[in-house]
Write a protein that binds this ligand. Structure first.
Ligand code: SF4
Length: 338
C-alpha cells in the first residue's frame, strides 16, 4: 500500500489535472505549505490565468512579505521611497534593503536623486490569487485518525485562512461510515481518491477569509480534572490577506514536484515510475515507492550513480539523477497555467 507521501503526490497530481471535483479551474498546486504553526499537506491555489501570466514578469522566485510590500505599493512615477510607501511598521532601513533586493531581481526601478533613493513601479503586481484550498491527506482514515485530525481541522475552520478545508482519503470502495463523518467538523470536505480519480464524500463549507479569524493556540484536553482555559488570539482580516498571498507566492515558486531536492535522485536505485498519470519516485533496492524521509543522506542502501552513467549523453549535465530533476522541473513549467 502507498505510504502517505506517495498518496500525497497522487492527490497533488489529481488536483493539478482535475480541480475542482466538478468543474474546471486553473490552479497552482504545492505540498507542505502553510504558516509557522500549521502546515498543510496539499495547497491548491485557484488562479486567474491571465493575471498569473502577468505575475510571471516578477520571475519564478517567490516575493516574500517585504518584497510584496514594496512592489505592490510602488508608484507609477518616480518618488522618494518614504513618500511613496506606507509606513511598514518596522525601521525604514530594512525597507531600503528590500528596495535594493527588488532592484537586483529586476522587479522595481530604483535611482538615486542627490542622496534620496527614488523608486518607480516596473510592473503592476496582478491580482492572480482567487481562492486557496487546503487538503489534509489521510490515506487510512479510520475513526482514531479522524479523531486525531478533528482538532487540527477545527483550528483551520476557526482561523479561516483557506477558503476551503478538505481531507483526502483512499477509496476503499465502501461508503464512508456515518460515524466517521461525525468525527469531522461539518465545514471540512471529504474526498476519496482512487488512483487518478476522486469522488466527493462530503462537500465543505466556504470559510470567511475576509473576516477576522481565531487562532487557537492551546486548548484544554477536556479530561475530568482539566480546568484550564483555551488560549487563542484574534487575527485581523488584513493580516490573513497578507498571509494568504505569501502562501500563494511560496506555492508559485515551489509547486509540488520539488521533492527531488531533498530525495536522492543521484542514487543508482532511484527511479521515476508512471502510475495513474502520476510520476512517482520508486526505489529499485527496496522494490517499492520510498518515502521522502527514507530517501535521504542517511539511507544505508544509497549507492551513487556509477561514473559510466555520466558518460554518453550526460557528459556535461550530470547523470540520470540530474535528468530526473530536469524532467520534473520541465513538467512543473508545463503544468503551470499561463
Ligand atoms: S536506496 Fe535509499 S537513497 Fe537510494 S533510491 Fe532507495 S531509498 Fe533512495
Amino acid at each position: 500500500m502507498d505510504p502517505e507521501f506517495v498518496f500525497e503526490l497522487r492527490t497533488c497530481r489529481w488536483a493539478e489535472r482535475s480541480w475542482p471535483p466538478e468543474g474546471t479551474q486553473d490552479v497552482v498546486v504545492a505540498r507542505q505549505l502553510g504558516t509557522k504553526r500549521r502546515r498543510w499537506d496539499t495547497v491548491v491555489v485557484e488562479v486567474d490565468a491571465d493575471a498569473l501570466a502577468r505575475r510571471g514578469r516578477f520571475g519564478r522566485r517567490r516575493l516574500d512579505s517585504d518584497l510584496l510590500h514594496v512592489v505592490r505599493n510602488a508608484p507609477a512615477e518616480w518618488a522618494w521611497y518614504r513618500d511613496a510607501l506606507p509606513d511598514p511598521g518596522y525601521p525604514w532601513r530594512y525597507v531600503r534593503e528590500t528596495i535594493h533586493r527588488a532592484d537586483d531581481r529586476g522587479v522595481l526601478d530604483v535611482r538615486k536623486q542627490g542622496n534620496r533613493l527614488q523608486i518607480r513601479r516596473r510592473y503592476r503586481y496582478p491580482d492572480w490569487v482567487e481562492r486557496i484550498v487546503a487538503i489534509e491527506n489521510k490515506p487510512d482514515l479510520d475513526a482514531s485518525a479522524a479523531r486525531a485530525l478533528r482538532g487540527q481541522l477545527e483550528r483551520d475552520v476557526a482561523l479561516s485562512l483557506a477558503d476551503e478545508v478538505w481531507v483526502a482519503t483512499r477509496s476503499t470502495g465502501d461508503r464512508i461510515e456515518p460515524a466517521l463523518l461525525e468525527e469531522m467538523p461539518v465545514e471540512a470536505g471529504i474526498l476519496t481518491i482512487d488512483g487518478g480519480d476522486a469522488e466527493v464524500a462530503w462537500y465543505p463549507r466556504s470559510l470567511d477569509v475576509d473576516a477576522p479569524g481565531t487562532d487557537i493556540l492551546e486548548r484544554p484536553d477536556g479530561g475530568k480534572y482539566d480546568q484550564s482555559a483555551a488560549r487563542f488570539e484574534y487575527v485581523p482580516g488584513e493580516e490573513k490577506r497578507a498571509k494568504r498571498l505569501e502562501i500563494a507566492e511560496r506555492a508559485y515558486e515551489r509547486g509540488w514536484r520539488s521533492y527531488t531536492k531533498t530525495m536522492r535522485p543521484d542514487c543508482r536505485h532511484f527511479q521515476l515510475r508512471h502510475e495513474d498519470a502520476t510520476m512517482l519516485p520508486y526505489c529499485g533496492a527496496k522494490g517499492r515507492c520510498q518515502t521522502a524521509a527514507e530517501c535521504s543522506q542517511s539511507c544505508s542502501r544509497f549507492e551513487p550513480e556509477p561514473p559510466a552513467w555520466r558518460q554518453y549523453g550526460w557528459p556535461i549535465d550530470g547523470g540520470p539523477g540530474k535528468g530526473i530533476q530536469r524532467l520534473l522541473e520541465q513538467r512543473r513549467e508545463r503544468e503551470r497555467p499561463s
